[in-house]
Write a protein that binds this ligand. Structure first.
Ligand SMILES: Nc1ncnc2c1ncn2[C@@H]1O[C@H](COP(=O)(O)OP(=O)(O)OP(=O)(O)O)[C@@H](O)[C@H]1O
Ligand SMILES: [Mg+2]
Length: 398
């Protein structure tokens, strides 16, 4: 069928034509908006965690859109491991803060004194981060000693205080969204958690929404002991069967195309109900079909073409992030399929004598976001079906 009309969206953070199975997270976010509108106390923000390609980024963006539509001040940050990570994070925060504040400003004819103070504090926060050249179309007196100490703990507290004071007048608040939060530098992470903690005790609507890998809950607890109670942790997982079917059928229905009986079943099975794979297989099924019905043959062929495409793209890109030594360790894990491996087994398979013999590789693979420790002395892939990929393509290493 016409490629130009292909409704499937394999890709990182690409909004799917049908965003299914995430209603409860979206509703929980909307509930915070309604609480603020009703002048009620703040509640917990969400921390989304799950494997690669399950749809965390898409969901985080969707949630951000609801806050933006409700008139909240919002900032998004994608955490990166880098030498100057803290400085870069502050700069990214500052830049997005300006964009968001300008939007809020443009929705108003007049701005009151609290709003002006918020803009002044944002300006000071940004200048301190080295982000200059901001105009909000209001006369500002930025040098008031707010959010300009260059100590993120202090500056963030002051920024949150001034922003939420202004926004509370309109029954809205301020949210920071952090994607790949497991990679956020410890200073920025601790400051964000402290600011959210202080705000909630003060009854201010300031939230940190995050998304990341399964090690996120543990990483956050290490940063601040109270982090465990601070968030509504949500595991974002593969879709349930009925939602996976909808993820295939909804987008094509919009284009007056349908699946023949049985075609959806084989695609649902091939995808393992993982959102990324659903998009990849759906994409191929559309490309291969010739009429306005996607047949079972099209679906079977799509499963095989889709698997090839994943092997050459999605899986390979991740595999190649690892060094040769790290790859052999992943290959040893792949003997357990896509399930968990115990470190003892992996040590033995690699002919080593102690777990500490693997600690360098283990740490590097975790830092690269390829594996995580689901429990003490256990390891698992962050990428669904990675074990099967290794067995399929890199059997020479097994
Ligand atoms: N609820 C959903 N229903 C159907 N498809 C979805 C859904 N959520 C995401 N997708 C699709 O899944 C793919 C991966 O989405 P996304 O990039 O958000 O995943 P992720 O969890 O952030 O992955 P990573 O850990 O690699 O960052 C995209 O192609 C997207 O279109
Ligand atoms: Mg993502």
């Amino acid at each position: 069928m016409d490629s130009a009309l292909n409704p499937f969206t394999p890709g990182s953070g690409a909004r799917p034509a049908a965003l299914v199975g995430r209603d409860s997270e979206i509703a929980a976010a909307t509930a915070l908006i309604r609480r603020a509108a009703a002048n009620n106390k703040p509640a917990r923000s969400q921390m989304l965690w799950g494997l690669r390609g399950v749809g965390k980024t898409v969901l985080l963006k969707e949630i951000r859109d609801s806050f933006v539509a409700a008139g909240w001040l919002t900032v998004s940050l994608e955490a990166q491991r880098d030498e100057n990570a803290a400085q870069m994070a502050r700069r990214a925060l500052a830049r997005d803060l300006i964009v968001s504040a300008r939007k809020l400003r443009s929705r108003r004819d007049k701005v009151g004194s609290a709003f002006t103070r918020m803009l002044e504090t944002i300006t000071a926060f940004s200048l301190t981060a080295g982000v200059a050249g901001v105009s909000f179309g209001v006369d500002l007196k930025p040098s008031r000693g707010r959010a300009d100490s260059n100590d993120l703990d202090i500056d963030l507290l002051e920024l949150v205080e001034d922003a939420t004071t202004a926004l509370a007048e309109e029954h809205v608040g301020f949210v920071v969204f952090v994607d790949e939060i497991q990679d956020l530098d410890p200073t920025t992470l601790a400051s964000l958690l402290s600011a959210q903690h202080a705000a909630s005790q003060d009854g201010r609507h300031f939230y940190v929404f995050g998304a990341g890998l399964p090690n996120v809950p543990a990483t956050l607890s290490e940063a601040r002991s109270y982090a465990e109670r601070q968030f509504d942790y949500r595991e974002i997982d593969r879709l349930k069967d009925s939602d996976a079917r909808l993820a295939f059928t909804d987008p094509v229905q919009d284009r007056d195309v349908e699946f023949a009986p049985g075609a959806v079943d084989s695609l649902v099975t091939a995808s393992g109900r993982y959102p990324y794979f659903i998009q990849e297989f759906g994409h191929h099924a559309w490309e291969l079909a010739s009429g306005d019905t996607i047949t079972s043959d099209d679906a079977d062929l799509a499963a095989s073409h889709g698997t090839d495409a994943l092997d050459r793209g999605f899986f390979r890109a991740r595999w190649e992030r690892a060094t040769r030594a790290e790859q052999t360790m992943m290959a040893a894990m792949a003997q357990d399929g896509d399930g968990r491996s115990t470190i003892t087994d992996v040590v033995e398979r690699l002919g080593k004598s102690r777990p500490s013999d693997l600690s360098v590789r283990r740490k590097a693979l975790i830092a690269k976001g390829l594996i995580y420790a689901p429990a003490r002395a256990e390891l698992a892939f962050t990428v669904p079906h990675m074990g099967a990929y290794i067995s399929r393509v890199h059997h020479d290493l097994l």
